[in-house]
Write a protein that binds this ligand. Structure first.
Ligand code: GTP
Ligand code: MG
Length: 300
């Protein structure tokens, strides 16, 4: 009430996923543009990037950047750069939607911070490291979630990446599902759609997006089954209570539609949670990150 200029809170998009999947690399790409690509023509408008995107390191704390995305609905052909992060929106004078992209650390010991955002009825992000607004205490409304997965690691059966990636994704989806159940009164919380970004498709060993999807679904189903057995054995004294009431303690760890044998991402629609798997890459040759960028643009 004392401010002379009205403060608009930007919507936010959360980058989440296991360590090494490429979250920070993706944030850097969206922030700086693909200038690190060795064979790309140098841009006259933007300064060159001294540090290549490839030189990321394990994130210790969340970080946030402010981005703008064009609201002009262009024909979605693959080769148009019009709706891409490559476009300098200020120079183009395009109408742009601004949003915050929030990077989170993937290390298991540092995940609680990212997951804590998803628990509340109306998830908000407190931007922690925007230079200009670091002292602000305002909160930003979470609009979408990008779960970055390493499709090359998922292809390596011995790496344990499938199990650990699915474990984290299970936690993320379950948190969103609980949020849906936890809604008080008549108003349902605004849904938070999830993009599973199957990253590193530049590597020939990487699983294609369709396989990333089916393997994650199978593994999530396995986790679900294992957890429900765990519930049954620990809650032995309570007998039949498992899965009894909707939204109660029972079956609280059960992801998706109750009683289904195989898990599929479609089940999450029951809780108004859209899950889409799209392949891409931050580095090297491949489909790139345009589809992810467009997905985000449609949801902020
Ligand atoms: P944490 O901060 O530990 O949670 O990891 P992160 O998800 O932020 O991973 P980061 O962005 O640091 O990337 C990990 C490694 O993967 C880096 O060496 C990146 O250069 C590499 N990387 C990221 N994206 C790609 C990609 O599309 N292709 C290839 N080949 N490597 C990638
Ligand atoms: Mg990181």
């Amino acid at each position: 009430f004392s401010a002379t200029t009205p403060y608009t809170t930007l919507p936010s998009v959360l980058l989440i996923g296991p360590s090494g999947a490429g979250k920070t690399a993706l944030l850097t790409l969206f922030e700086r543009g693909p200038l690190y690509t060795p064979d790309a023509p140098p841009s006259a408008d933007k300064p060159s990037v001294p540090t290549p995107v490839a030189k990321t390191h394990t994130s210790q704390a969340p970080s946030t950047v402010e981005l703008a995305i064009s609201t002009d609905k262009k024909t979605t052909t693959n080769d148009t750069n019009a709706a891409s992060y490559r476009t300098d929106l200020d120079a183009a004078g395009a109408t742009a939607k601004k949003f915050l992209l929030v990077d989170t650390p993937g290390h298991p010991k540092l995940r609680r911070h990212a997951l804590s955002h998803l628990a509340s009825a109306s998830p908000t992000i407190k931007p922690s490291s925007i230079s200009a607004t670091s002292s602000e205490t305002h909160k930003s409304k979470l609009k979408a979630l990008v779960f970055v997965a390493d499709a090359a690691a998922l292809a390596d059966a011995d790496s344990g990446a499938l199990a650990s990636t699915a474990e984290y994704l299970y936690e993320v989806l379950l948190a969103l599902q609980r949020r849906f159940h936890g809604r008080g009164g008549s108003r349902a919380p605004a849904s938070v759609p999830v993009l599973v970004a199957a990253n590193k498709l530049d590597l020939f060993t990487a699983l294609p997006a369709a396989l990333v999807k089916s393997q994650l679904e199978a593994e999530l189903g396995r986790i679900r089954k294992a957890r429900s057995k765990g519930l049954l054995t620990t809650g032995e004294g309570d007998g039949d209570e498992v899965g009894a009431g909707a939204g109660g303690e029972e079956g609280d760890g059960w992801l998706g539609a109750y009683g289904t044998e195989k898990f599929s991402f479609k089940e999450m629609m029951e809780f108004d949670i859209e899950v889409e798997v799209i392949g891409g890459n931050v580095l090297g040759e491949g489909p790139g990150a345009d589809k992810w960028w467009n997905w985000i643009g449609e949801r902020v």
